[in-house]
Design a protein around this ligand. Structure first.
Ligand SMILES: Cc1ncc(COP(=O)(O)O)c(C=O)c1O
Length: 302
């Protein structure tokens, strides 16, 4: 198998202007990685790229991965399967597959074999014995963890950080920590890197990030901010969703409230709290995931 992973990663950087930034002398821009590819957006591609190369190196021809029913990762893996001619298998946190769920519909259309498992079985997704049995069941498969975060996810996110112009603060949403770990790897210590945890009680991620990034162990130029979860993973307040809509109408910046919107809302609050010194150049990474909006519409949550 020879993969042609020729995807243009040179996404635009959008400047955002407001009186509040002007008054504080702050320069805010957004790395529009949501525009990376219509189906392989943002950090999903950044994390997949070197995993696909690793899969090729190992001579594997299929991909097995895990996700919730509305997962951006499942969506992106199914799309990658179609684009690069890889048979994909999605193990979905069940207990049932809802055939009307737009993410799962997309994944099935793009050739992913879906299997719902009970929540109890899903909990075993990191267990050594469970994964060994799965490998026996799919001997030709490369097994990719939920969210696409592992050691091979790091270089793609590092490349994103290296591609950016000079700035003082870099900010991203954090779920499993892979993206933040890669950004830490790719920046000099003069940049302060902030991960906005999108889930509750996320302090445990600090050790996971350190396990993924040697620089995160040695350097102090990064932080995981855990106070902006807005109720927990997948939860969001009416104010947060209102903020997302306002960003769309004022700046033509599309956001969803689970990752990118939560991060931008946190950034706005930090600005209002005068967290950033005058003159700071701040880049926020839009990590994509806009497909999630159709799931929220389907669930009538927006
Ligand atoms: C759109 C989007 N942004 C951010 C994240 C969080 O990234 P990470 O899990 O690498 O912390 C995810 C989940 O992977 C995501 O789907």
């Amino acid at each position: 198998m020879r993969l042609n992973l020729d995807i243009d990663e040179n996404t635009p950087i959008q400047q955002i202007y407001s009186d509040s930034f002007k008054k504080r002398n702050l320069f805010i821009s957004i790395k529009r990685d949501d525009q990376l590819h219509p189906l392989l957006s943002g950090n999903k591609w950044r994390k997949l790229k070197y995993n696909l190369l690793e899969m090729q190196r190992l001579g594997k021809t299929e991909l097995v991965t895990f996700g919730g029913a509305f997962s951006n990762h499942i969506y992106a893996c199914a799309a990658a399967g179609k684009l690069f001619n890889i048979q994909t298998h999605g193990i979905i946190r069940g207990p049932h597959l809802d055939s009307n769920n737009p993410t799962l519909q997309f994944a099935a259309q793009y050739g992913m074999q879906l299997k719902a498992v009970t929540r109890l079985e899903y909990k075993k997704r990191h267990d050594h014995d469970y994964l060994a049995k799965l490998q026996q069941r799919f001997p030709n498969a490369y097994i990719l963890p939920e969210g696409g975060t592992n050691q091979a996810a790091i270089p793609g996110c590092k490349e994103l950080a290296e591609s950016l112009p000079d700035h003082d603060y870099l900010i991203c949403p954090t779920g499993s920590g892979g993206t933040l770990a890669g950004l830490i790897e790719g920046r000099k210590t003069s940049t302060e890197i902030l991960g906005i945890a999108v889930l509750k009680q996320a302090e445990y991620l600090i050790n996971e990030i350190k396990a993924l990034s040697p620089k995160a162990c040695q350097q102090t130029n990064w932080q995981l901010l855990t106070q902006f979860h807005d109720g927990g993973y997948g939860k969001f307040s009416a104010q947060l969703w209102q903020f997302c809509k306002q960003m769309q109408s004022e700046y033509q910046l599309p956001l969803e409230p689970i990752y990118s919107g939560k991060m931008m809302y946190a950034l706005w609050q930090l600005i209002e709290q005068d967290y950033f010194p005058s003159g700071s150049k701040i880049i926020a990474v839009h990590t994509g995931g806009l497909q999630g909006l159709s799931g929220l519409e389907y669930l009538k949550r927006i």
